[in-house]
Design a protein around this ligand. Structure first.
Ligand code: UDX
Length: 418
């Protein structure tokens, strides 16, 4: 099929490259000329394992442009993969979705049948009450009569996005239109996994509920972990024990310094904000966020067991990214920790294999150095689970570990939840 993807960011790029790998023709539309050029040269502006090779291998089937009109004209399907950043009140900013829907709507005028698929993470009700009215107004046409609409959320993890797209646990498709359903069945027929067909708002809620549950799982094991720490119990042994139960599952039960990234924080807060609008309480989700906000301070508490007064002390920090194998520092748990160390007038020496450039924008005045230099400190904090941190010499060092790097036990060692 000929597919147009609005937004060549993280989700749009991975979606297009993987669908191209399944034989579809892809046209990305993006306002960023640099992105357009890089894609047309077979390169991606984001780092994701296997993404560049997918773009190279399928270069005959992919191209990028700045123009929505030609892309809609030359395709059967348009994916909306535009950003939905957080607003101050925790809700989501729909300005990109609005602009994109208007552009598509205008171009639907000339199309006898076209399908618009929302892949962006939007709150339940957004497609029905916000996107479809814009498409109908701008096109003068009727949804599910003159054009099809569907919601197809993504469940991609940074650093594993290509794998997650090509080997999904399930594909969720929300639509109220038989013709649209048939086209999407065809689009994904080469994916060997369960396809869940449901309503528009149900599909939107499945995305939010998935992320909210995964964040809840992590905050749950961190709360259990904080208690285990007090009782001298290893939470990882407990996680292995409960995770064997099929109803629980071991994944996302790694206790530690907490969850960050561009999705969990944004999506959980958006769901809380949406619930508030309806007058529904979200006691559990609000506590999930609170547990996560407080978790990094457990690292400071443990550090102070060995160095009660941090003023002037050299504190080495290993890991700045919100998780390993990415340079992304959004909502990284290292942010509140480094903020606190600076408040306590410690001398911070930080290293991360990929995230220093991004972290410097937030904290320009701490010392950035290599891991050996970081080790020459009064104490070391491990905040991201980079594999290379398993190979360092911790002998004789005070180490507070937030990410279960057990090789650090050779030092004077404290695990946050174990
Ligand atoms: C997440 C969801 O997993 C993905 O399905 C969704 O589409 C986007 O958001 P991502 O944010 O890339 O993906 O990272 P993920 O691997 O889920 O980790 C999120 C955070 O949780 C990281 O800070 C990670 O360190 C932390 N985490 C993860 C834990 O603390 N414990 C765990 O067991 C798993």
């Amino acid at each position: 099929m000929n597919i147009n993807i609005l937004g060549a960011g993280y989700v749009g790029l991975v979606t297009g490259a993987c669908l191209a790998g399944h034989g579809h023709n892809i046209i990305w539309v993006d306002i960023d000329q640099k992105k357009v050029q890089m894609i047309n040269n077979g390169k991606s502006i984001i780092y994701e394992p296997e993404l560049n090779s997918l773009l190279k291998k399928n270069k005959r089937r992919i191209k990028a442009t700045n123009y929505v009109d030609s892309a809609v004209k030359d395709s059967d399907i348009t994916f909306i993969c535009l950003g939905t950043p957080s607003k101050k009140d925790g809700g989501i900013d729909l300005s990109y979705i609005k602009k994109g829907s208007e552009e598509i709507g205008k171009n639907l005028k000339q199309k006898d049948w076209h399908i618009v698929i929302i892949k962006s993470t939007v709150l339940p009700g957004t497609t029905k009450d916000f996107v479809i009215p814009i498409l109908e107004k701008k096109s003068g046409k009727k949804a599910n009569v003159d054009f099809g609409v569907a919601v197809n959320p993504e469940f991609l993890r940074e650093g594993k996005a290509v794998k997650d797209f090509l080997e999904p646990d399930r594909i969720v498709i929300g639509t109220n239109n038989k013709k649209t359903k048939n086209v999407l069945e065809k689009l994904y027929q080469s994916f060997n996994c369960p396809k869940i067909f449901t309503g528009l708002s149900e599909a939107e809620m499945i995305k939010y509920a998935s992320n909210a549950f995964l964040a809840t799982k992590i905050s749950f094991i961190n709360e259990i972990g904080n208690l285990c720490k007090k009782l001298g119990i290893d939470t990882y042994e407990v996680a292995d024990g409960i995770g064997r139960d099929r109803r629980i599952g071991r994944a996302f039960l790694d206790s530690g310094v907490g969850w960050g990234g561009s999705c969990f924080p944004k999506d959980v807060k958006a769901l809380i904000a949406k619930a508030k609008e309806t007058g529904e309480k979200t006691r559990i989700l609000e506590e999930v966020v609170k547990v996560n906000d407080l978790q990094p301070l457990k690292m400071i508490e443990l550090l102070k067991k060995y160095i009660p007064n941090l003023k002037g002390k050299k504190i080495g920090v290993l890991g700045l990214a919100f998780k390993k194998d990415t340079d992304d520092i959004r909502e990284s748990r290292s942010i509140p920790i480094i903020k606190r160390l600076i408040e306590e007038k410690a001398f911070v020496k930080a290293y991360d294999p990929k995230a220093i450039k991004n972290f410097k924008k937030l904290f320009p005045n701490i010392k950035y150095c290599n891991s050996n230099e970081v080790m020459k400190s009064d104490a070391i904090l491990i905040l991201t689970d980079w594999d290379e941190f398993r190979k360092l010499n911790y002998k004789g060092k005070i180490v507070v570990d937030g990410r279960h790097i057990l090789e650090a036990k050779k030092g004077i060692y404290e695990g946050i939840c174990w």
